[in-house]
Design a protein. Sequence first.
Length: 255
Amino acid sequence: MHRLVWIMWCLPLLANGQVSDLQQSAAKGDAKAMLELSEKYLFGFGVAENEDSAAYWLNTALATGDPEAAYLIGVLKTGMDLSASDFKEGITLLEQAAEKELPSAYWTLSEIYRTIGSGSTDRYYDLTKALDLAEKAAELGIVEAMRYSGNAYMAGSGTEPNDSIGIVWLEKAGFKDDVESQLALGNHYISRTSPQPFVALTWYRAVNDNRRANADQRSLAKIGVHEVDHMLREVQNHAFRASGLPEAFQYQIRK
């Protein structure tokens, strides 16, 4: 796939403004109009396809300091098999977009820093930096970043292990219907040194009720529910044995 086509797939379809109106707005320095023109020329929306014009308007938007343009070109330069200098320039552009609080820029940078072999060498591999960037993306609402931050703290990846902080991030993601986080929370609460079966059950049920969950995830959640049920029965049996009540009476209570 052509490089410019590849990068523009990262950009959601913009409003369907008229080309003439967009050109007038772009001429006045409207970066959003420039980005939409770039998209229209690339895909031929209301105008003849012209990749040179698409690239021109994308780079013109970049020249205005627009963070979306910096992000898109940064993704292009770091995501394709380009030179080390191009990769470094892409990092700089992503950092510029991140400085303007673009959530996706923080998240993309985090992905780069946690990928072995990013760029032409491994010098961009830094799990501590990856976690710092992921947390910034999470704070700006990216659910995947919340999940990654939670798992990183739980596993001690790029930081000292800290279950308390990990749980906070996983719960934030779980409350936004992130299935993987919900499963991770259920597993955590059932397997910890002092299990909390009812909390685990809440998260497993959340997976079963989650429309985003696939068959495998629902199956894992059902296994978790069975584990909770088994644990509660063991607790009940232990309580009965410790009570000293006659077995026949215990049987009637269980029924």
